[in-house]
Design a protein around this ligand. Structure first.
Ligand code: NAD
Length: 488
């Protein structure tokens, strides 16, 4: 700790309504400069124990508040975050490497909206009731909060994804212990500073910072945490499933993807190309919903590829705080190396890299020479069996391949272990319905991408996850249901 300069941000855990220091810390970097940005508590069993205790203590009073009371508090918190939107956006951009424009227009507005949405949603649920007149019975269901919810989130959309869990959990009357990614903890810590003012009672929201192996696993293994909502990689989800099995925990798992875009020859390319560029490269390709396999029908393949590559080359890579920049820095040095290694593997297998990594030169501003930057990269002539077409790369890399028939493309699109999101481009309504129905994918966007109605289910099939989140789905996940029978 002593070796670091005084102006370095040092985060503290938020437990029982108070900021508490930790006995050890880890460094978190600014990906656009390679410098240490802040020090994050390296929490473990002890800190998680204290947070769970505080959450358990707060549960009885919070769970007995009316939905309206909780709703008002969530709305107040949304207002407070919105009031500080610019400060949150700056911090998210600096901590994660994403462009300031993306943080300002996507991450923080959505975090605000997550609280507003569930503040409203919680007021509108009804339960079921059935009557058995001949038996003189009525049955009805009753829903109650579960208890202390463990929430674990990744680094790509830090506050956005964390609040997508905190908001429904506390709206339903649970109390929470949240653990953000150790690489992007700052905005969660900033949010903690607003909780008291919003009227969130001490212990309702606790945040422990630290690594997955120590803090995350302590939360997953804690006997008094009956449910875990996790967003992250499939590998980590397997570990969480194993570790929580002895406790029979309720799990919601939102995992990785290898999302196809299927572009038929009757697609409107003036819409399709700009949207597919966004779906490939937005947030440096670090969105679980990003497209990384583009299937283009043979008749328009060359035309598509030519325009797509020309447009990809126009994406400006550089300092994330520059509002004219389209691509910021990747999350870490290790991740950048991993993403680059996929491009090398593709080349070694005989694929053609048409632009980006290893082909074009990347010129960076003086202050960003040590940042983790990479150009948007388009690869063609990749075999379906290649790791670039099978594994999640999670960077600004996309593969473009040709197909002939509807039957063939559905089979190829489904031939990966993942099943999160897909886009289908065609002006033939019948085809759009047929293909959407046959794709093994939790979300299918036709002639658009990333348009979300939070009322509807979000989540993946196959290795992309278990469970769904959304208005009704999150309500069901974060409550216990009971069937009660009354005989007169
Ligand atoms: P990750 O699995 O490495 O980490 C996610 C979180 O889990 C972090 O907070 C981490 O500290 C924690 N963690 C790690 N090991 C743990 C363990 N053993 N026990 C408990 N917690 C542990 O994922 P990441 O690299 O941070 O995020 C990228 C991944 O997230 C990608 O695969 C991406 O597709 C996925 N993702 C999915 C969605 C979705 O909604 N489906 C959204 C965003 C990101």
């Amino acid at each position: 700790t002593m070796a670091h300069s005084k102006d370095l941000l040092v985060l503290e855990n938020f437990i029982g309504g108070k900021f508490v220091p930790c006995s050890s810390y880890i460094d978190s970097y600014n990906p656009s400069t390679g410098d240490v940005y802040c020090r994050v508590p390296d929490s473990g069993k002890e800190e998680v124990e204290a947070a769970v205790k505080a959450a358990k203590y707060a549960f009885s009073s919070w769970s007995s508040k009316s939905p309206l009371e909780r709703s008002q508090i969530l709305n107040k918190l949304a207002d407070l975050i919105e009031h500080d939107l610019e400060a949150f956006a700056q911090a998210e951009s600096k901590d994660q490497g994403k462009t300031i424009t993306f943080a300002r227009t996507v991450d923080i507005p959505r975090a605000v909206y997550n609280f507003r949405f569930f503040a409203s949603s919680i007021l509108h649920h009804t339960t079921e009731c059935t009557e058995m007149a001949t038996m003189g019975c009525v049955h009805y269901t009753s829903r109650t909060p579960v208890g202390v919810a463990g929430l674990i989130s990744p680094w790509n959309l830090p506050l956005y994804l964390l609040t997508w869990k905190i908001a429904p959990a506390i709206a339903c009357g649970n109390t929470v212990v949240a653990k953000p990614s150790e690489m992007t903890s700052v905005t969660a810590w900033m949010m903690c500073k607003l909780l008291e003012k919003a009227g969130v009672p001490p212990g309702v929201v606790n945040v422990v910072f630290g690594t997955g192996a120590k803090a995350g696993e302590a939360l997953v293994c804690h006997p008094d945490v009956p449910l875990i909502s996790f967003t992250g990689s499939t590998l980590t989800a397997q570990r969480i499933t194993e570790k929580s099995a002895p406790h029979c925990k309720r799990l919601s798992l939102e995992l990785g993807g290898k999302n196809p875009a299927i572009i038929f020859d009757d697609a409107d390319l003036t819409q399709c190309i700009p949207t597919t560029l966004r779906s490939s490269f937005a947030n440096q390709g670090e969105i679980c919903l990003c497209t990384s396999r583009i299937f283009v029908q043979r008749g328009i393949y060359s035309e598509f590829l030519k325009t797509f590559v020309a447009e990809a080359k126009k994406w400006k890579v550089g300092n994330p705080s520059d509002p004219t920049v389209d691509v910021g820095a990747l999350i870490s040095k290790g991740h950048l190396e991993k993403v680059r290694s996929y491009v090398k593997k593709a080349q070694a297998e005989g694929a053609r890299v048409l632009c980006g990594e290893g082909v074009d030169s990347l010129v960076l501003p003086t202050g960003n020479q040590k940042g983790y930057f990479m150009l948007p990269t388009v690869i063609a002539e990749v075999k379906d069996e290649s790791c670039c077409m099978q594994e999640e790369i999670f960077g600004p890399v996309t593969c473009v391949v040709a197909f002939d028939t509807e039957e063939e493309v559905v089979e190829r699109a489904n031939s990966v272990k993942y099943g999160l999101a897909a886009t289908v481009w065609s002006s033939n309504v019948g085809r759009v319905h047929r293909v959407a129905r046959r794709l093994q994918s939790g979300l299918v966007w036709t002639n658009c991408w990333l348009v979300r109605d939070l009322n509807l289910p979000f989540g993946g099939m196959k290795a992309s996850g278990i469970g769904r989140e959304g208005g009704k789905d999150s309500y069901e996940f974060f409550t216990e249901v009971k069937t009660i029978t009354i005989k007169h």
